[in-house]
Design a protein around this ligand. Structure first.
Ligand SMILES: [Zn+2]
Length: 263
């Protein structure tokens, strides 16, 4: 939900607590968040203790002090920064190029996912190092497993297209000269062929839903835009108008309205 939106993630943890699995990671985010707000280390530490006390059941200072000291040291290093990427632009040239390749829809969607990912990596790199990275297009080959979730591709859909393992797709794309499958890495050969283009077709904003942006663009049925925030959503019926977040907000607003009317 907070991929490349670490400030939002930190605010969410401060308000609602930890997502138990990643406490150490989330502690680092909170520490950076307070540092960026100008909170000094001593006070930062106290704030973190307060949050832990509030949100971790049976919290014990003795068990956490080492971890929290580490987090404070981490946040005092200016090179560590919160990663906040609002959106990634997708150009018409990129979409045209993928769309004109003689490959199946699944492969096209994966190539689209790779584009989003390299752009995210580039943006992250700029935040961390404050420099322009070189213009090469490499990704780790293990990335595809994670990307499948963001692209909304499940095992059964995968098999429908005739692939057994995720690596099969990379082999196929490699055999067709679209990517180069190196040991542990892939090189996105097609990125070098796509012309520079200033016409932006759309911006991907919710990175975990990147696949739906492509589906929406390609006119896949049951995919439409949330009426409130325009994030693409998969709908089960025509009555669905909002994404999960917005439908909660809309319900809350309606409840408030009824409450006032009832008074
Ligand atoms: Zn929405």
């Amino acid at each position: 939900m907070f991929l490349c939106k670490q400030t939002e993630h930190a605010e969410h943890v401060i308000k609602n607590g930890f997502s138990s699995k990643y406490i150490a990671y989330e502690l680092r985010l909170i520490a950076l968040y307070y540092r960026d707000k100008g909170v000094l280390p001593k006070e930062r530490k106290e704030k973190i203790y307060e949050i832990c006390q509030k949100h971790i059941e049976g919290f014990n200072r003795v068990h956490y002090y080492k971890e929290i000291n580490r987090v404070i040291t981490y946040s005092s290093n200016k090179r560590n920064k919160l990663i906040d990427i609002d959106s990634v632009p997708i150009t018409l040239a990129e979409l045209d190029y993928i769309g004109n390749l003689d490959i199946d829809y699944l492969c096209r969607k994966i190539l689209f996912g790779y584009i989003v990912q390299v752009k995210l990596n580039k943006a992250k790199w700029m935040i961390k190092k404050d420099e322009d990275p070189n213009n090469e297009y490499f990704l780790y080959d293990t990335l595809l497993g994670k990307l499948m979730g963001y692209l909304g591709i499940d095992r059964s859909e995968f098999r429908k297209y005739g692939y057994q393992k995720t690596t099969d797709v990379n082999y196929y794309l490699n055999d067709n000269g679209i990517i180069e499958d190196l040991i542990g890495k892939i090189k996105l050969l097609y990125m070098y062929d796509i012309p520079e283009d200033n016409s932006i077709a759309f911006e991907v904003k919710v990175f975990e839903a990147m696949g739906l942006y492509y589906d929406l663009y390609c006119g896949i049925k049951n995919v439409k835009e949330c009426k409130e925030c325009s994030v693409p959503i998969k709908v089960k019926s025509n009555r669905t108008k909002y994404c999960g977040e917005c439908s909660k907000d809309v319900k809350n607003k309606q409840n408030k309205k009824y409450y006032h009317l009832g008074k």
